[in-house]
Design a protein around this ligand. Structure first.
Ligand code: FE2
Ligand code: FE2
Length: 187
């Protein structure tokens, strides 16, 4: 449950923890279970990075005095992570190289999250209107509701919007979030 006071920074910090947990779970699972958890990891990262790219990085770029130096490296790291997820997807969860490449991505994503928290998120709270950060949390909640509707509509028969090649999953989630924000999605 989200409360009225939860802001988008709370949402993102919670997702950083969730991603960390999912990496550990994928690592220790195998077979079909590992596949399911990997799909969940891709979907979670797709939603998380889309929220950052559509809502929070643009705000940081605008509001933080050094926003134009803080944000571009984070965007590059996110692009690298998406490509690493695609490589893992192509490799398949049972490939011998999977674990090593997953561990490398886990470390990169963890360093990326620390940089965001320290250089971006916690400082944004000091300079941004709290109402704006709360509004963004509401946009995210709408996107999650839309996503849940799509998952339910798929009903295990049609392919889930969170399954398949990571670049396509990222694109679908980004479109959903753009709809929830009621604005055109930038590409
Ligand atoms: Fe990020
Ligand atoms: Fe993040």
């Amino acid at each position: 449950m989200t409360t009225a006071q939860q802001d988008v920074i709370d949402t993102l910090l919670g997702q950083h923890q969730q991603v960390k947990m999912l990496f550990a779970q994928v690592e220790s699972a195998d077979g079909d279970h590992r596949q399911e958890l990997f799909t969940e990891l891709v979907g979670t990262l797709a939603l998380h990075e889309s929220i950052e790219q559509l809502l929070v990085h643009p705000l940081a770029e605008q509001e933080l005095p050094d926003g134009d130096q803080v944000v571009p490296p984070r965007l590059a790291e996110e692009e690298d992570a998406k490509q690493a997820l695609s490589a893992l997807y192509e490799l398949g969860v049972s490939a011998p190289e999977f674990e090593g490449q997953l561990a490398a991505l886990r470390d990169a994503v963890s360093a990326h999250a620390e940089a965001e928290e320290e250089l971006e998120f916690l400082r944004l709270r000091e300079v941004t209107d709290p109402g704006e950060l709360t509004r963004m949390a509401e946009v995210v909640a709408s996107a999650q509701a839309l996503l849940a509707q799509h998952l339910q509509a798929a009903g295990g028969q049609a392919p889930s919007p969170l399954a398949g090649p990571p670049d396509q999953v990222f694109e679908r989630v980004r479109d959903l979030l753009g709809k929830a924000d009621g604005s055109e999605v930038q590409r």
